[in-house]
Design a protein around this ligand. Structure first.
Ligand SMILES: [Fe+2]
Length: 186
């Protein structure tokens, strides 16, 4: 397992990546700050019965009540599970894919079953860096400018929910802001 065990929120002015104006690991505070910009963040109880490497059906079954609630509230049509194992041959390529600022026409909904990843949300002249770990749900609304860093040694299993099958295609803004902010490190 990756060492980091706690989710963290850092809020920056979008022109000042040197130092966050807010940093917190408190789950309620993270949820409140993100709710104020329309982003859902929740910590779900970890399904301790789930075996490492469990297949997609088992992962979805383990979190079925929470998934059903999101489907009920937001009308998601598709649920799947994406897994990247440590040492994967395509790790660098996978990391680079969403490392530049982009949007989607669909919500980006991720629940971290294992591992971690960092979302950077760019709105209201702020950048919200949310490091998500096992047990964290984040839902980035459609149209929100953001980027995602899975780190130099990526490892995660995540449940994804979609409104439309191809809504997750990245629409890149062409801005270079992502390269000015701290990357997710080990
Ligand atoms: Fe994205």
């Amino acid at each position: 397992m990756t060492a980091t065990a706690t989710s963290t929120l850092r809020v920056y002015a979008d022109t000042a990546p040197e130092r966050p104006i807010l940093e917190t690991g408190d789950g309620d505070r993270i949820a409140a700050e993100l709710a104020s910009i329309g982003v859902r963040f929740e910590r779900w109880p970890v399904a301790s019965t789930l075996a490492p490497g469990a297949d997609q059906d088992a992962v979805i079954a383990a979190y079925r009540p929470q998934i059903d609630r999101l489907v009920e509230e937001n009308g998601y049509q598709t649920v799947d599970v994406v897994r990247l194992e440590r040492g994967a041959a395509n790790a660098a390529e996978a990391r680079a894919k969403f490392l530049d600022e982009h949007r989607h026409s669909d919500d980006e909904v991720r629940f971290f079953v294992e591992g971690r990843g960092a979302f950077y949300l760019h709105l209201n002249e702020r950048v919200y860096q949310v490091v998500c770990v096992r047990g964290d749900l984040i839902s980035v609304p459609a149209g929100t400018k953001h980027w995602f860093d899975m780190g130099p040694d990526p490892e995660f299993t995540a449940i994804r929910l979609f409104l439309t099958p191809d809504g997750w295609v990245g629409l890149f803004t062409g801005e270079t802001i992502a390269s000015t902010f701290p990357k997710l490190e080990n």
